[in-house]
Design a protein around this ligand. Structure first.
Ligand code: BES
Ligand code: ZN
Length: 883
């Protein structure tokens, strides 16, 4: 944590490093409070940099013990060392060797960046700037070196010693109770990919034969006794390895691939070369403790970190402005992996839901920034939905525009050209331009311009000329620092549906057939004329969500119901229902705010009934179709004067109506899908459970005591966590006596399992009732809670702020004060997690006046606190900056 007022870092100021590092030999002697780190660096002047330069190494809270240059102690006047920097003003302008010894205290490291302890286990987290908390270094991703790591420790304390690469040597240290291991990673890498682990860990082992016939050892390390819960993660790893060979021709390179699950981790997981470190939440699963959603997350995150081996490790980022180069691309790759393993349309719907919930909201508020930011004060605050999810959408648009073959050719060229190097977004895009002969210069605006493009489409039909015309305009609103915008390249996938539901062939006047059904828009306004259209069609626009935009069109409710019933694009069938529901809900919120009564939409109910009755549809899709827009979705649609209580009321009323009107088909679906048989986490079984549990929840929403009894019965008889969690979640939404009984039972069953108790915290934090804040305060004093563990904090406080719209946004502002208090208390310990929590205020300006004033007051109170981390200060100041 640097609490000084750091200068902002600007992309425009990028300079290549003056010095390069060929090799790093680290010798780490683990000790709970005094770990000695000896780093031997072979440095050389960078031929690509300007002349003679001082050597300035980064540090963060370091204590220098000794320093030698080419074997001789460096005289005190030849260097200066502070905790944050080591400078040698006049180093020899030739290759030389520096040996630096530092002392670090892993037990006192509560930030979980650098070398720290997760329970008793020693582990590291170096992305983005954690390596400088271990030793002085050129801690920037364009400095790539070959690492050899020797780790030693007490045999009793850390029988397992791991680092990146392949094991070259290990043994006891004679005459002591200590032992050592030496690991060598032959692939040059930036310091942020360094990792080491030491501890008393159990493991499971398997192997994988690559496409060229090499046998790779696979190991997953967990706390002893939890080996039985790592099997699914291992299967996911093998599927990922095979998929990357088949989909991208990418083979694994080292002889061993290791994953370590740790109980305290700031993020989800980390792609350190050959030694991924995971939050144990994303490794450990058993039917009794993990939900279908947990299994799906594990599958996706194991894949994501594994895929980084090529997109991130072999090819890394030149600087942190290029973060989307590895993260956006790797998210795209993990999304495609999941789509291939499970159901492509259902995955697309889930991803678009997440994009709108996180990224669209970010883009509409004070924290909006381009996918490639141009300035930052704290890089940790840029691991955002925009960099990740919008970054992935940009890659997806490339594929949509270039076609699968063109896209693959561009990727192949990227791997060929940039393997072993630190690349930029320009390098990446140039590969697609060169491989396919496409001009992508205007497309680059997706990386530079923040905000969500808004597209308005008017369709008209000329019966005489048999033409169908789409008049399209695009608009991009100002965002912080970007008052004026230029038109974007928008790949719009379009279909024209005949009255019988057939897709009409698309031929554009003077331009011929529309390739892959995608019209590429480039101007503020354009007109698309389709010829030979025999009858008035219904337009299906932005199919598959081909571009991450907000779309409005002159579609009538009848058109939307037609699309919901007949569109050949499953995404747009789902979207049509969402649009109908969203219109109804926002109308009703407005009505409630004006003291008018709400309307109903029998057409929407009929459309939902038809979806529920369609045997051709997969249950997971039907479940998505029946899931109405969330409270946060409705707030986002409204965009201003947001009153969470009115939103809650409108949404609750709609769900009650659905549960009522579709009572018997929902009960029938519940019965039909309640098959016994052993639990399996596969996508089809999970889809059946999700529809069954959506049905249960809608039935309970209609207020019947029979549904509550059904939920209570399911809770107590469940043989898997998915069904248990779904039923207790349903119960938790209703003030019935069965609720507290289930909550108490849940604690007794799982009290020894922190990851399951996290679900218990989150469940209670999300209860939409006035007593919840007091309950959350009490739970924050529960023995199972700790500010020292990020999973606990996210489960209780994060869930309260993100999943409980009415109670976080209490009109009296007490929810905001609670969050502010928690952020201030946590900031001393773990600024990264504190600043994440603080982003819960990102939409404060969209609130109605009363709440807006309370939220602003709380932001100002936090801003005025005596000592704030760079992380929290950055978020608070950007949140408050004049709109
Ligand atoms: N490289 C990140 C992890 C990371 C980010 C560590 C920032 C430290 C600071 C990793 O590849 C990642 O993106 N993890 C995600 C999950 C992923 C599936 C999107 C995470 O940790 O949330
Ligand atoms: Zn990642």
């Amino acid at each position: 944590m640097r609490t000084d007022q750091d200068q902002p870092v600007r992309l425009a100021d990028y300079q290549p490093p003056s010095w390069l590092v060929d090799t790093v030999a680290l010798d780490v002697s683990l000790h709970a409070t005094a770990t000695r780190v000896r780093a031997t660096l072979k440095l050389k002047p960078n031929p690509a940099a300007r002349a003679a330069a001082p050597l300035v190494l980064d540090g963060d809270g370091l204590a220098l013990q000794s320093i030698t240059l080419d074997g001789s102690p460096l005289p005190a006047e030849a260097f200066s060392a502070t905790p944050d920097r080591l400078t040698i003003a006049q180093p020899p302008q030739r290759p030389f060797t520096l040996e630096i010894e530092t002392l670090v205290d892993p037990t006192a490291n509560t930030q979980l960046s650098g070398l720290y302890r997760a329970g008793a286990t020693y582990c590291t987290q170096c992305e983005a700037e954690g390596f400088r908390r271990i030793t002085y270094f050129l801690d920037r991703p364009d400095v790539m070196a070959v690492y050899t790591t020797r780790v030693e420790a007490e045999k009793s304390e850390a029988p397992v010693l791991l680092a990146n690469g392949n094991l070259v040597e290990s043994g006891d240290i004679p005459g002591t109770s200590r032992h050592f291991a030496v690991w060598h990673d032959p692939f040059p890498k930036p310091s942020y990919l360094f990792a080491l682990v030491g501890g008393a860990l159990g493991h499971i082992e398997d192997s994988f034969v690559t496409m060229s016939g090499r046998r790779i050892v696979l190991r997953i390390y967990v706390e002893p006794g939890k080996e039985g819960r790592a099997g699914f993660a291992m299967e996911a790893l093998k599927r990922s390895m095979r998929w990357d060979e088949q989909a991208f021709g990418r083979e694994y390179d080292l002889d061993i691939f290791m994953i370590v699950a740790v109980s305290a981790f700031n993020m989800g997981a980390m792609e350190n070369k050959g030694l991924n470190v995971f939050n144990d939440k994303y490794v450990l699963a058993s039917p009794e403790t993990a939900t279908d959603t947990d299994y799906a997350s594990i599958d996706a995150i194991i894949a994501h970190e594994y895929f980084h081996n090529w997109t991130g490790d072999r090819i890394t980022c030149r600087d942190w402005f290029q973060l989307c180069l590895k993260e956006g691309l790797t998210v795209f790759r993990d999304q495609e992996y999941t789509a291939d393993q499970r159901s492509r349309p259902v995955k697309r719907i889930a991803d678009v839901r997440a994009l709108r919930a996180h990224q669209f909201v970010e883009d509409a508020g004070p924290l909006a920034h381009p996918v490639r930011p141009e300035v930052y004060r704290e890089i940790n605050n840029f691991y955002t939905a925009t960099v990740y999810e919008k970054g992935a959408e940009i890659v997806r648009m490339l594929k949509t525009m270039l076609g699968a073959q063109g896209f693959r050719a561009g990727m192949d060229l990227y791997f060929q050209r940039h393997d072993g190097h630190a690349a930029t977004v320009e390098d990446f895009i140039a590969c697609f331009a060169d491989a396919t002969g496409t001009d992508l210069s205007q497309f680059m605006r997706w990386y530079r311009q923040a905000g969500t493009p808004e597209l308005a489409v008017t369709m008209s039909y000329d019966a005489k000329a048999k033409t169908c015309t789409l008049d399209v305009t695009q608009m991009l609103r100002p965002t912080p620092g970007q008052p004026d915008k230029e038109p974007m390249v928008i790949p719009l996938a379009v279909g024209l549906l005949a009255p019988d539901g057939r897709d009409l062939p698309l031929t554009r006047a003077n331009a011929g057939p529309v390739e892959r059904g995608v019209a590429v828009l480039t101007r503020p306004a354009e007109t698309l004329v389709f010829t030979d259209v025999p009858e008035r069609p219904v337009a299906s626009l932005n199919r598959g969500f081909s571009a991450p935009i907000k779309l409005t069109a002159n579609l009538t409710p009848d058109d939307l119901r037609f699309l919901a019933a007949h569109d050949t694009d499953p995404f747009n069938r789902w979207q049509a229902l969402q649009t109908l529901a969203s219109t109804l809900l926002t109308d009703n919120v407005t009505a409630l705010r004006a003291g008018r009564s709400m309307r109903t939409d029998p057409g929407l109910i009929d459309a939902l009934r038809a979806i529920l009755a369609d045997p051709a549809l997969e249950p997971a899709f039907v479940a998505q179709a029946l899931a109405m827009p969330s409270e946060a979705d409705i707030a986002r649609e409204l965009g201003k004067d947001v009153d969470p209580d009115a939103i809650f009321a409108a949404r609750t009323a709609l769900r009650a109506t659905i549960g009522d009107a579709l009572g018997s088909p929902l009960r029938e679906a519940y019965r039909r899908l309640s098959d016994a048989g052993p639990y399996s986490p596969d996508a089809v079984s999970a889809g059946r459970r999700s529809l069954k549990n959506v049905a249960l929840d809608l039935l309970a929403a209609s207020g019947g005591s029979a549904a509550i009894a059904l939920a209570a019965r399911q809770y107590h008889s469940a043989d898997n966590m998915t069904d248990r969690m779904a039923s207790i979640t349903t119960l938790s939404q209703h003030p019935v006596r069965e609720r507290q009984a289930a909550i108490d039972d849940f604690y007794r069953r799982f009290e020894s399992d922190p990851l399951v108790i996290d679900k218990w915290f989150a469940l209670q934090a999300a209860i939409p009732e006035a007593s919840t804040l007091e309950r959350v305060r009490e739970l924050s004093r529960h023995p199972a809670f700790s500010l020292g563990n990020p999973n606990r904090v996210r489960s209780l406080v994060g869930a309260f702020a993100q999943a409980n719209q009415t109670q976080f946004n209490r009109p009296d502002g007490a929810g905001y004060v609670f969050l502010g208090d928690t952020v201030l208390a946590l900031d001393q310990r773990n600024p990264q997690v504190a600043s994440r929590l603080m982003t819960a205020f990102r939409s404060w300006r969209a609130l109605e006046a009363g709440r807006r004033a309370k939220a602003e007051a709380e932001l100002r109170r936090v801003a005025a606190a005596a000592s704030l981390s760079t992380d929290v200060r950055d978020i608070v100041e950007r949140s408050l900056a004049p709109a």
